[in-house]
Design a binder for this molecule. Structure first.
Ligand SMILES: [Zn+2]
Length: 343
């Protein structure tokens, strides 16, 4: 069963008791299914054809309840329908004109005397706007499986009909677009939220639930995928940076000798080379005294600068080393002073 079939099956069973809504649905169903045939001399043959038996039973019931009209349901099948069975509700010809008047579909100035959209009165109330759009969907609507795509459309027989469907949806702030394709005018929505709103307006609660479940699952898995891509690219960046630095450290060692570096840089060089996967904060903890992330960064940057200068043959000033030397001398000095005091 397709998503469309499920949604249609559900809509065909939506309860509508009011005669105003029955008028609107039937007007819409007759137009959308191309069920008004001109027989000449003011006579018409009316029928509603659908792919679901439940849909024609729905309109059979409405005609009987509100106008006492007894329709006839028959199954159509054959090669012309690609082996598919379709169901047709045929309305007795003697009732045609009365019903067309009731549905505000007659207009002497229109082609064959039939309008392409019913009089405005038919879709005046909110309940009738819903009904009009529902019948349009039952007759010529499709909704894609949300696993694959977000798309709902009504392939309207005429532009006038499409614009009426759009007006009905607009009333409920459901944004839809209109475009023409071959001989049809499409009313469609491509956003999951809009599709969900439209199905729920028409009364397909289970279809909405199924769509929302799929939508949430897709959003969660998209989010997880994005997060995983993000994390792994971060990890890759960290590992790449560490590898580049280890190459620099080896280079410094072979060209200059790590022992020539000031102690602060030498310790950092050994820590990095021996712990290629340790994050910066972890490297900082290996230092004595421990060092913050920015301090670690500064020393690593200094190491790669030294490597770069060695490669390009630039002169290297181990400035921090000098400071360190001074510090050591001061330390020795203090010690010496202390010793002197002891003396
Ligand atoms: Zn109504």
């Amino acid at each position: 069963m397709s998503f469309t079939t499920d949604a249609r099956g559900e809509l065909a069973r939506v309860k509508t008791d009011d005669i105003c809504c029955a008028r609107s649905e039937l007007a819409s169903a007759l137009l959308a299914s191309g069920g008004i045939a001109w027989r000449g001399r003011g006579r018409y043959a009316l029928s509603v054809t659908a792919s679901e038996a439940a849909t024609v039973r729905r309109y059979f019931g409405m005609l009987k309840k509100h106008w006492g009209v007894q329709g006839q349901i028959r199954a159509l099948s054959g090669d012309r329908l690609n082996g598919l069975t379709r169901y047709q509700l045929a309305i007795p010809e003697e009732e045609s004109v009365r019903l067309l008047e009731e549905f505000q579909l007659l207009d002497e100035s229109a082609l064959f005397g039939v309008r392409q959209a019913p009089g405005e009165e038919i879709t005046r109330f909110a309940c009738c706007k819903k009904s009009f759009a529902r019948a349009a969907f039952l007759m010529c609507g499709e909704v894609s499986n949300p696993e694959k795509a977000y798309h709902i459309e009504i392939a309207a027989p005429t532009e006038a009909f499409a614009l009426r469907v759009k007006a009905c949806l607009d009333y409920f702030d459901i944004e839809c677009s209109v475009t023409s394709r071959k001989s049809k005018t499409l009313v469609y929505i491509k956003r999951a939220e809009g599709i969900s709103d439209m199905l729920s307006l028409l009364g397909a609660a289970s279809a909405v639930l199924a769509l929302e479940n799929i939508r949430v699952r897709k959003e969660v898995s998209n989010h997880v995928n994005r997060q995983m891509n993000f994390d792994s690219s971060n990890i890759n960046r960290t590992v790449e940076a560490a590898e580049a630095l280890i190459r620099d450290i080896r280079f410094i060692d072979s060209e200059l000798g790590l022992e020539k570096l000031p102690r602060s840089l030498r310790d950092m060089a050994y820590a990095r080379a021996n712990n290629p996967e340790t994050p910066l904060t972890g490297l900082g903890e290996l230092m004595d005294p421990p060092l913050g992330k920015s301090g670690v960064n500064a020393r690593l940057r200094r190491l790669s600068e030294i490597a770069q200068k060695l490669r390009s043959g630039e002169e290297i000033r181990l400035g921090s080393g000098k400071r360190e030397k001074e510090f050591r001398e001061q330390g020795t000095g203090k010690q010496a002073t202390g010793n002197r005091e002891q003396e």
